[in-house]
Design a protein around this ligand. Structure first.
Ligand code: ADP
Ligand code: MG
Length: 391
């Protein structure tokens, strides 16, 4: 592996500065979802087991370089203590004093790094101040790795650096899916708009064997082929771009899979009256809200023959039944193949994760990334500064 992990470092008697993502939802001063905190537990425990002291560094909300009391990590500290089962001390900006008073099993949580304008500026001075607090830098915040900030980038160059357990897990899952994948590789890209996923499509056509295009973005591709899509969500101004992507795919030997049948309705609402028609038969006063059963059968066949799947974006307007049918069916198929050990499946994206949960498929996927923007940038083939700095 191109990066070090906790196993490569000697933590005995050392202080570890651990960048984590505990940007959790809070209502009325209480944390309402502790998932992100739960995911850093192995890293904190492993460092302590190896004899190290843990200093947690994190951001919380977007205070833009100023002290905003509602965004103080003091609010989150009790939940961190609860989940870790350890005493957690919150340290306001007098970091150095708090560090010198640390007990062995005590975890120190530094105040919201983004209260300091140096954090988002990737400021060398702020990074040096942080570096002076510890001996080893551990980055366990893949979801913040697409930002070059002092705690994700500059600091990594100032101390011996390694990936935490969560970061290492995410990196190896992503590496397996697109870095050196077992072929054939299928990508499913759906969602609302082509314009938000141009870089993604551009990168994937050069890397995968089959690219399923679904959701609202499929409409733009159908329209680019001269098909009338009625009142469907469609970016007509991107017709040339869509044709470019089709041309690039053909050259690269990547099969583009567009809907082979479509589910159309006259209302954008749950339970709206609908019919399944051929892709070129959308009535002028209707909109395409899902892919039809023939498309699902075709996608299932492709998945049966595939070894690896990466998925971002639902195949239809999944928030409203029955327009969740294609997404649910494809998700169930991928989940079953993964459970049977026949497919490596990696998925990410806010709505995608919601859709896979709704389909009860998420648990059987090989890996579900909750990293949002960082996951997308990685799928787009971009270098993530926080990952590059660990190399
Ligand atoms: P993610 O958050 O996983 O990256 P997106 O935000 O790109 O996914 O896309 C999800 C949205 O796309 C959902 O709100 C869904 O309703 C919408 N969508 C999917 N198919 C269609 C369609 N045919 N028409 C309109 N909206 C659609
Ligand atoms: Mg979304």
């Amino acid at each position: 592996m191109a990066w070090k992990t906790l196993d490569d470092m000697d933590f005995a008697g050392k202080r570890a500065l651990v960048r984590v993502d505990i940007n959790v939802p809070v209502e009325n001063g209480t944390v309402t979802d502790t998932t992100r905190i739960e995911r850093i537990v192995p890293t904190v425990h492993d460092i302590q087991d190896k004899g190290g002291k843990v200093i947690l560094m994190a951001h919380f909300g977007r205070p833009k370089g100023k002290v905003v009391p509602e965004m103080s990590l003091e609010i989150v500290a009790p939940a961190v203590a609860d989940v870790l089962g350890l005493p957690v001390t919150w340290a306001n900006s007098d970091y150095a004093d708090a560090v010198s008073e640390m007990e062995d099993d005590e975890v120190l949580l530094l105040e919201n790094l983004r209260f300091n304008p140096g954090e988002e500026k990737n400021d060398e001075g702020f990074a040096k101040r942080l570096a002076s607090l510890g001996d080893i830098y551990v980055n366990d915040a893949f979801s913040a790795a697409h930002r070059a900030h002092a705690s994700t980038e500059a600091l990594a160059h100032l101390l011996p650096a390694c990936a935490g357990r969560l970061m290492a897990e995410e990196l190896s899952a992503l590496e397996k899916a697109l870095g050196t994948p077992e072929r054939p590789v299928v990508a499913v890209v759906g969602g609302a708009k082509v314009s938000t996923k141009l870089d993604l499509l551009g990168n994937l056509v050069g890397k995968v064997d089959h690219l399923v295009i679904g959701g609202g973005m499929a409409n733009t591709f159908l329209a680019a082929q001269g098909i009338n899509v009625g009142k469907s969500l469609c970016e007509h101004d991107l017709a040339d771009t869509a044709r470019d992507i089709l041309g690039k795919a053909e050259k690269a030997g990547c099969e583009i899979i567009l809907p082979r049948d479509i589910v159309v309705a006259r209302e954008f609402a749950a339970g709206a009256e609908n019919e399944t028609v051929a892709p070129n038969a959308c009535p002028a006063d209707a909109m395409i809200l899902d892919a039809g059963p023939a498309t699902v059968v075709y996608i299932s066949d492709v998945l049966d023959n595939a070894k690896t799947l990466v998925w971002n974006g639902p195949l239809g307007a999944f928030e409203m039944a029955p327009f969740d049918a294609a997404t649910n069916a494809a998700a169930a198929k991928a989940a079953n193949l993964s459970k049977a050990g026949k497919l490596i499946s990696v998925a990410g994206g806010g709505d995608t994760v919601a859709a896979l949960n709704q389909a009860n498929a998420a648990d059987d996927f090989t890996y579900i990334s909750t990293a949002g923007g960082a996951f997308l940038e990685w799928m787009e083939g971009k270098t993530l500064p926080g990952v590059a700095a660990l190399r």
